[in-house]
Design a protein around this ligand. Structure first.
Ligand SMILES: Nc1ncnc2c1ncn2[C@@H]1O[C@H](COP(=O)(O)OP(=O)(O)OP(=O)(O)O)[C@@H](O)[C@H]1O
Ligand SMILES: [Mg+2]
Length: 180
């Protein structure tokens, strides 16, 4: 982890290395344990970075049955996932206007206690609302950068980073049984 802010600070970024798919699953589990009703996480990164892979692992970690497929809602734009709290998985790649994004009602879902996980949401911040956590996955090397924009997203960022680090330590020490 390469934090560039003091733990607990508002705003700022934290980087987490994702050298393997197992590491991405660890990050998904860390996120799954930290999210609370009303949270919003924006996933950015190149095509094939692993955004949908992360969402799938997150939903599984929140108890979604393995028989339920988790795919990117590229055409339906938003997909409701029956977890507790419920997750709204959106993919805004195809959206071009702010008005279209607003009409999806993401803010209202958040107000009603849904967790928003939004792929390609960085161009539609107003429709997603304030204090969302930006999780950007880069390639070469594969790495997640978590950027907070307020008090709640800073707490979420720090909790995710701490949980991820603990899992990574356990794996490198061969002390945990991986749940791949
Ligand atoms: N840490 C990792 N190391 C190597 N491969 C990974 C890692 N994380 C995910 N992957 C792989 O990356 C592939 C692409 O993932 P995914 O389809 O989730 O990308 P995406 O970011 O949603 O792309 P798109 O924007 O095109 O929808 C998956 O096959 C997955 O197995
Ligand atoms: Mg995808």
């Amino acid at each position: 982890m390469l934090p560039d802010t003091a733990p607990g600070a508002s705003g700022g970024s934290t980087c987490l290395d994702l050298p393997t798919r197992r590491a991405t699953k660890c990050l998904a589990r860390a996120l799954a344990s930290a999210i609370a009703p009303g949270d919003a996480v924006i996933l950015t990164g190149a095509l094939g970075a692993g955004k949908t892979f992360l969402v799938r692992a997150l939903c599984r970690a929140r108890g979604l049955d393995a028989s339920v497929r988790v795919v990117s809602p590229t055409f339906t734009l938003i997909r409701e996932v029956a977890t507790v709290p419920p997750i709204a998985h959106a993919d805004l790649y195809r959206l071009t206007s702010a008005e279209e994004a607003k009409q999806l009602g993401l803010l209202e879902l958040r107000d009603r206690g849904w967790v928003l996980i939004v792929e390609w949401g960085e161009r539609h911040l107003e429709a997603i609302g304030p204090d969302s956590l930006m999780l950007s996955i880069s390639l070469d090397p594969r790495r997640a950068t978590l950027t907070a924009s307020g008090v709640r997203s800073s707490a979420l960022r720090d909790q995710v980073a701490a949980c991820f680090e603990a899992s990574a330590r356990a794996i490198s020490g061969e002390r945990c049984s991986p749940r791949q």
